[in-house]
Design a protein. Sequence first.
Length: 316
Amino acid sequence: MTKTNFFLSKRNMNNSIKSMKYIYLFCISLLSFAANAQYTKEINSNRPSLSMGAYSVSKSILQIEGGLGYQQDEYSNERYNNHTLIDLQFRYGAFFEQLEFVADVKFDNTRQVNFDQKNNFSGFRQTSIGAKYMVYDSYRNYVEKRNIYSWKANQRYKWRRLVPAVAVYVGADFKGDENYFPKNMPATTLKGMIITQQHINNNLSFVTNLIVENATNNDFRSYGYIATLSYGFSQNWSVFAENQGFFRKYEGVKQNFKDDCILRGGFTYLVNKNLQLDISGGTTIGNTPHKMSGQIGASWRTHKKYKQTNEVEDIL
């Protein structure tokens, strides 16, 4: 090997080593960002709202959200249905900070009263399995900085807050007991959702869900929306108000499967950073049957994230 070739080879080797260092530092930086991207110090629960937030629970975190509820569907004073409801949702972050897998199980115990006739039945109403991925976050790689020269500049409203985080959800709904669905509806259907979330200020957030159910079935396809406004008025307490609407294409199906407009509201109490309690109620507007409901519930998560975050920070 000539000296020229030797020095060229050595220079290439040094360049390769430098490149590997840059790649290593870049990868570590990505890992550091991923470890902190979506994790929150306090539990981030969907309850007691029925909307789904844009942010995931974070990688390697398991979160369980459950509730016990009661609902009455009233057609008249002598014709009504009473439901005792159990709802369990399991959320797990895996592979990426932005990715979350969701399993939702609903159980219903129903008592029907139709004048002199009474009927009782119960069963799993529906099981849903899907995945949610956050595709856009306006605060990704952005940190609000204080202006040390201007108090007025620091008090200005941060308009970036109005730009929503956006996520998509795709899943499958598995129908349960036939008493809760039209007879000809398929046992398994696809569901899709576009989710947005805005933190208007430090206490106020706004979530919207645009939903399509039975997406591949022309006879039973339905569209819906959920809009949820939440306000934290103390370190532990928050309140929410919600509107949900369904627009169902169910030809020739009885009235109680038709369109609905629902109003809900409730409170949450943060027991500690990993446990939240909630209470809520709701009512439909205008339709028959008139539906009223109430529910209590809790949300809990595992808490192993700090260890992982510290490990990445130690490497840096």
